[in-house]
Design a protein around this ligand. Structure first.
Ligand code: SF4
Ligand code: SF4
Length: 315
């Protein structure tokens, strides 16, 4: 059954009625090239947000009342306009989230990132798809686990993730293959125990995110002949209680050129909003970005099991 029909059965039409979060994807450049990446990001990608696009987005933000800005990529820190986005959004009084891969702290010129994040009260959400080294290196590349542990230690050292601190550090779990994440709460306890015992690392929450079968992860499943089975797992695991909390109901996604989408996944499919016309964010007021949401078969990843969003499980 089409996702839109399945959602309609729950008598909750899927539309965006407000915008709590503007998610800005500044481009596809990344220091890693993870096998499951839905962005197809990597070190050789050249798509990065120009400074004038960043300024127009910031002007639009200043005219709006969107309370949260969520900056992602690629590794967003590698895009030259990244720090300007954080500084200005922070000046405007908006909560700022950065999707951080911990190894980017080791790239030349990025060594001061922990202090930069701390000084701007950035909430960090960072991927660590397992607490065991072999699994992380298999998904994200050799040496990524060791680099991530070193990065996490530096963040703890400036105050991130500590119980007495307001600096929030959340980790992200994504399954290594075509399966659903386990329950978020019990997995968090396992992560906390292992990372504390072996490395003295602390963090706040663990967010579980289901892999969406687009781009690199989709190609991997196709090569292994597992794509259809994965779709069927997602569809069979449809959980009606997730529908009311889908992130596209309250979020807007903008790409490195300023085009606008319902979410980062639709962005990667080039499903921009605009009824056939390609509007940039700043060409329309906030109210014009409310309304219907474009859906496809990939959307079943957001409603399977405990549900999934950029902020973790939904149910
Ligand atoms: S998953 Fe994240 S860290 Fe890995 S290649 Fe994609 S953007 Fe980079
Ligand atoms: S993939 Fe995007 S549009 Fe589809 S349900 Fe998830 S958040 Fe909404």
């Amino acid at each position: 059954m089409e996702f839109a029909e399945r959602v309609a059965e729950e008598a909750r039409p899927l539309r965006r009625d407000r915008i709590d979060t503007l998610q800005i994807n500044v481009g596809k450049l990344c220091n890693q090239a993870c096998v499951h990446c839905h962005v197809d990001a990597g070190p050789r990608r050249t798509e990065i947000m120009p400074a004038d696009v960043a300024e127009r987005i910031l002007d639009w933000l200043a005219r709006s009342n969107v309370p949260t800005v969520d900056i992602t990529g690629g590794a967003p820190e590698l895009t030259p306009c990244f720090r300007r986005l954080v500084e200005r959004a922070s000046e405007l009084g908006r909560a700022v989230i950065v999707r951080h891969n911990f190894t980017v702290q080791h790239v030349a010129g990025q060594e001061d990132l922990p202090e930069f994040f701390r000084d701007h009260r950035v909430r960090l959400i960072g991927s660590l798809p397992c607490y065991l080294e072999a699994n992380v290196d298999r998904q994200r590349g050799k040496g990524v686990y060791a680099g991530s542990i070193a990065g996490l230690r530096r963040l703890n050292a400036v105050g991130y993730g500590r119980p007495e601190s307001e600096l929030t550090l959340d980790l992200v779990y994504t399954p290594l293959g075509p399966s659903l994440p386990p329950p978020q709460g019990s997995l968090r306890d396992d992560y906390a125990a292992y990372l504390s015992e072996h490395y003295g690392i602390v963090f706040n929450d663990l967010l579980t995110i289901t892999n969406v079968p687009i781009n690199r992860f989709r190609h991997q499943l196709q090569r292994e002949g597992k794509l259809e089975d994965y779709y069927q797992l997602l569809e069979a695991s449809f959980n009606p209680s997730t529908v009311g909390r889908l992130m596209c109901r309250t979020q807007l996604s903008v790409d490195w050129t300023g085009l606008v989408y319902d979410c980062d996944f639709n962005q990667m499919l080039d499903w921009h909003i605009g009824n056939g016309r390609a509007y940039r964010l700043w060409e329309r007021p906030l109210e014009a970005w409310l309304g219907a949401i474009q859906t496809g078969r990939h959307c079943y990843a957001c409603t399977a099991g405990c549900g999934s969003s950029c902020r973790g499980a939904l149910a």
